[in-house]
Design a protein around this ligand. Sequence first.
Ligand code: HEM
Length: 552
Amino acid sequence: MDASRDTLLHAVAAVSGLAAWIYLHGRTVRGDHALSFYTLCAGTLYVLLQRSPGLQESPLRTTTVFTSIHALCLSVATVIYRLSPWHPLASHPGPFLARISSLWLAYVSSTGRRHRVMDRLHAKHGPFVRIGPNALSINSLSALSLYAHLEKGESYRFPVHDRVASIFLKQDSKEGHRERRRIWGGLFTPSSISAMTPALERRTWQLMQCIEQRQSVGGGLIDLPEAFYHWSCDLGGDVVFGGCNELELMRNGDVNNLVATGKYSTAMMDTFGHSPWLLHVLWRIPATKDMHKLVTMTAEMARKRVGSKEPPTSRDLLSYLIDGGVPMADMERDGMIAILAASENTTITLALACYFLAADPQYLHQLRNMLEQAFPDPLGPLSQSALAALPLIDGVVNEALRLGSHFFLPRVTPKGGVEVDGVHIPGDTIVALASYSIQTSPDHFYPEPMNFRPERWLPEGLGPDTKTDRTALAAFSYGQHACLGKTLAYNQMRYVLARLVLAYDMSLKPGFDVQAFREGIVGRGVPNLEVPLEMTFQWRPGVHFDDLGDRA
Ligand code: HEM
C-alpha cells in the first residue's frame, strides 16, 4: 500500500475511534454485541483489503494496525475524559485506577475484601470516594435516604439484559417491580410465616440428625457452614417449591452442586456486575458455565413444581406467583432468586453466630440461661413469640449480621442528580452506602465496635456511654428494595440458634485460629468464609439424640 493510502487509513482509524467514544459516551452497550460488531467490522475490512490490488502490507497486518489505532484512540479519549476536570465526578477523590476504569472495582470485589479497601479509602479521603469512573461510595448515614427512591444499577442484571423480569434483579419499570413485590408479599404475611413453622421444625430436627451423623464420620467435627447450607436449601425447597423437588441435601449431600453454583454465580455478579459489558462477554463463554447450570437447574425445579399434580401442604412461593399470573419464564427466574435469597445469608449469619458463641462461651452460657428460663424442656416446643421476646438472641443475630454482612448495594441517581449532606451528586452516578464502615464505626456502635458484644442491643446496652444505632445495621437494606424475607429470616435464625444452644455444648476445633477466621470473613455478593469453620457439638448432660424420636 502506498504511503498516502496508509496515512488515510490510519486517520480513518483514529477518527472512527474518537467517533466511537462520542457515540458510547453515556450509553450502555452490551459487551457481547459490541464484540460481535467489532469482529464483523474487522472481518469485513480484511476481506475488502484482500480484494484490493497493489497492497504492500498483508491484509492481516493492515487490519490489525487499523483496529489497534481505533482501539487506542477510543481508550485514550475515554481515559482523558475520565481524568479531566470536566468529568462530573472530578471533584471527588479516589484511587487513580478507579477513576480510569470500572475494572478496578471488579478486581477489588473479586478479592472479597472490597469493604475493607473502601473503609481505608474513606479514612483517607472522607465520606465521598470515587470508586469507579462513574461510581461513588458514601460513608454517611444520610445516604440511607437514597435507598428510598433510587433505582438499582446495571450490576443487578442476571446476567444479561433479557425480557425476563424478576424480583431483586433490575427491572425496566418501577411499577413492574412494585407489582412483583406485592405478589411475593403474600409469602411473608404473619399467617403465611406461621404456616411455615412445621417445615422449619422438621428441617431443624433433621439438621440435628445431620450434625450427629456427619460428626460421627468426621472425627467428631462438623463443617458447620456446609451443614447450614444444606439445611437452608432443604428448607428453601419447601418454602419456594413446596418440597416437590426433594432436594434433601442434608440426607444425600449436594449431588448437583447447588451450593457451589449458587455461591459462584453470586460472586460473579458481584465482581463483574460493575463492568456489565464484560459479564455479557463472559456469559457467552465456558467461564460462566456454572451460572448457566444454576439457571437451568432452578428453572427445572420451577417447571416441576408448576407441573406437579399434588398441591403443597402449605402455600409455597410458587402458589403466590401462579395466583398472581406471573409468566412461566419469570417464575423460573424468581425461583432461582428465592433459593439463593433463602439460603446464602441465613446460612452464614447462623454459622457466624455459632462461631462467636463458641469463641466467647460467656455469651453461650448467658443465652442458654435465658432460653432455659423460657423453655425448661430443651427438646420441647419453641414458640416464635416467646423467642422474639428474648432480646439476647436478637443481639447475637444482630452482631453476627453487623460484623459479617457488608453488602455493596449500588443505586443510580436520577437525571437531575441528588444532594447528600449538602454535596451534589450528578445524575446517572452509581452510588452505594459503605455499609462495613457504617456498621463498624464508633459513631454508631460504641464501645468496642469491632467486637462481638450482643448486649449492646439490650436496653441497658454496654453501660451509660453505649451507642447502638439500629438504623446503621444495613444488613437488610432499606426502602423499596429492602429485604422481603427479614421477618422470616429472623424467625428461622432464632429458632435454629435456640434449638442448638438448648441441646448442645458447642466448641471450635482444637487449635482453631480465631484471628485468621475473622480475617477470612469476606464478601462476594453475600458473606463468604475463607477459613473452614469446623466445630464440635456435644449433647448437653441429660439431652439425648434418642429423645428426638421420629420428629425428624
Ligand atoms: C440473614 C438473612 C438475610 C439477609 C441478611 C438478607 C439481606 C437482603 C438484602 C441486603 C437485600 C437487598 C438487596 C439489594 O438491595 O440489593 C435483600 C433483598 C431480598 N431478600 Fe433478603 N436477606 C436475608 C434473608 C432472606 C430470606 C430468608 C428471604 C426469603 C426468601 C429473602 C428474600 C429477599 C427478597 C425477595 C429480596 C428482594 C427484594 C426486592 O428487590 O424488592 N431474604 N435481602
